[in-house]
Design a protein around this ligand. Structure first.
Ligand SMILES: NC(=O)C1=CN([C@@H]2O[C@H](COP(=O)(O)OP(=O)(O)OC[C@H]3O[C@@H](n4cnc5c(N)ncnc54)[C@H](O)[C@@H]3O)[C@@H](O)[C@H]2O)C=CC1
Ligand SMILES: O=C(O)CCC(=O)C(=O)O
Length: 441
């Protein structure tokens, strides 16, 4: 196993570019809207619905000052995009990353609207974030940035208004600081303890069992269903995992329990290969301690291109959007791309993958386990209940399998890709509600 590998990893702990430098600027929001328009044509929804959904309801931008450890004051720009709340309060994660932009967050917020509708949750879509590199600040600075951000957002969020959660660069601890800040500002005005203002909290602070692994668990349920449909045995299957944070590491750990083996991993510091298979538990612990895979001894450093060219059964993108363009789609030698990340395949990349017979489990289906368990957390907070891990797991499994079946059935009926089918199922739900409300009689 991996311990026998003696290759010393010499990857320096510096950031690698998210995509090759020759790649054109990626207009993520346009791409996501393109999928919606195609799905709307497929199921023939009235034009006013796509008009409403073509822009977010609210785009909140806050600039806020934070004192850094060296005494200087740095100004940060934070966003909260509230895309749609037809089905319920805006819902979606908070991203801390140096690439955060208004356009990307609009795309990610819209995707939350489709994701919640697809999963039949009484929630809408939102997303927020701050453009900075969380790996370059101290823990104390991270806490001050988070508290200042949530103070600035003030009453724009709330348990019945807009409910943030973790996304890239944020975690349960971030949500504990966010909840505490909200309780001591807005909550204080109403004398209310408002745990449900955020989800993905630590369990002791009102979080739910099962949220931390929920997104990975949902990815695994989808892969299991796909494997059954396609006569693939996951025992002995090989995996490439890009991004070894919450989603990537939990997916790898859970798939290892089914006998699958992670042979290559990558993150913002570089890529590692181990033909014998990594021990995903050990690598997960290492990343939690060291904030990256850099320096992990049981793997050979390889380039980004070498990573994408490796032969394996399943590729799990679990980092950023725009990772599988035309080039990477030509390089990949896998049977399945299971999108743990939001938007990892470009439309051009997707076309090539499908032409080459590579299947894709689309993001709004594959990674919807996270928001689904966030919904369970919110319900528990509302009812002052604590569900067992078994109860959360069993509800999630049923929800993921139902969604997978609905999407594959729609794809069969409409003879379309799974991505368009997922958008179509979501849009059908939203269109039904707009129709019932007769807002434009
Ligand atoms: N956390 C959640 O519950 C959910 C997350 N997602 C999506 O999954 C993806 C990953 O999110 P998390 O695991 O939560 O984030 P995370 O912050 O826990 O991990 C992110 C991983 O991506 C890597 N990464 C960052 N920049 C990179 C680059 N340039 N090249 C290669 N790797 C890079 C990081 O090093 C890290 O390993 C994001 O697209 C997020 O929107 C989707 C649904 C829910
Ligand atoms: O759990 C949530 O509310 C948000 C998860 C999220 O940001 C996502 O699905 O992309």
């Amino acid at each position: 196993m991996e311990e026998q590998l003696s290759t010393k990893n010499t990857t320096p702990p510096v950031s690698v570019p998210a995509v090759p430098s020759h790649r054109h600027k990626y207009e993520f929001f346009k791409v996501v809207q393109g999928y919606l328009d195609e799905a709307a044509r497929l199921i023939e929804v009235p034009g006013y619905i796509t008009t409403i959904l073509s822009q977010p309801k609210n785009e909140i931008i806050v600039n806020f000052p934070v004192r850094m450890d060296d005494g200087s004051i740095r100004l940060f720009k934070g966003y909260r995009i509230q895309h749609n709340n037809l089905l319920g309060p805006f819902k979606g994660g908070i991203r801390y990353h140096e690439t955060v932009s208004l356009d990307d967050l609009k795309a990610l917020a819209a995707m939350m609207t489709w994701k919640c509708a697809l999963m039949n949750l009484p929630l809408g879509g939102g997303k927020g974030g701050i453009k900075f590199n969380p790996n370059e600040v101290s823990r104390a600075e991270l806490q001050r940035i988070t508290r200042r951000f949530f103070h600035a957002l003030g009453g724009n969020i709330g348990p019945e208004t807009d409910i943030p959660a973790p996304d890239m660069g944020t975690d349960a601890k971030t949500m504990a600081w966010a909840m505490d800040t909200y309780m001591n500002t807005v909550g204080q005005l109403f004398k209310q303890a408002v745990k449900g203002v955020v989800t993905g909290k630590p369990v002791a602070s009102g979080g739910t069992y099962g949220r931390e692994k929920a997104t990975g668990q949902g990815v695994v349920h989808c892969i299991t269903e796909w494997a059954e449909d396609n006569d693939v045995n996951l025992g002995g299957a090989t995996l490439l995992v890009q991004g070894f944070g919450n989603v990537g590491s939990n997916t790898a750990v859970l798939l290892s329990k089914l006998g699958a083996s992670t042979v290559a991993v990558g993150d913002h510091t570089g890529y590692l290969y181990n033909p014998e298979g990594f021990n995903p538990h050990k690598l997960q612990d290492y990343v939690k301690k060291n904030r990256s895979i850099a320096g992990y001894p049981a793997g050979k450093p390889i380039s980004r291109e070498e990573f994408f060219r490796l032969k394996a059964d399943i590729f799990i993108p679990a980092a950023l959007e725009n990772q599988v363009g035309v080039e990477e789609a030509g390089w990949l030698q896998v049977r399945l791309v299971a999108e743990g990340a939001n938007g990892p395949c470009t439309p051009e990349g997707e076309k090539i993958l499908l032409e080459r017979g590579i299947h894709i489990l689309p993001d709004i289906l594959a990674n919807s386990g996270g928001v689904t368990v966030s919904y369970y957390e919110w319900v528990q907070n509302k009812r002052s209940e604590t569900w067992t891990l078994e109860e959360v797991d069993s509800r999630l499994e049923k929800a993921m399998k139902r969604a997978y079946r609905e999407v594959t059935e729609m794809a069969r009926q409409k003879k379309c890709t799974l991505r368009l089918a997922a958008y179509a199922v979501a849009l059908q739900r939203l269109a039904a509600v707009y129709g019932e409300r007769e807002i434009f009689p």
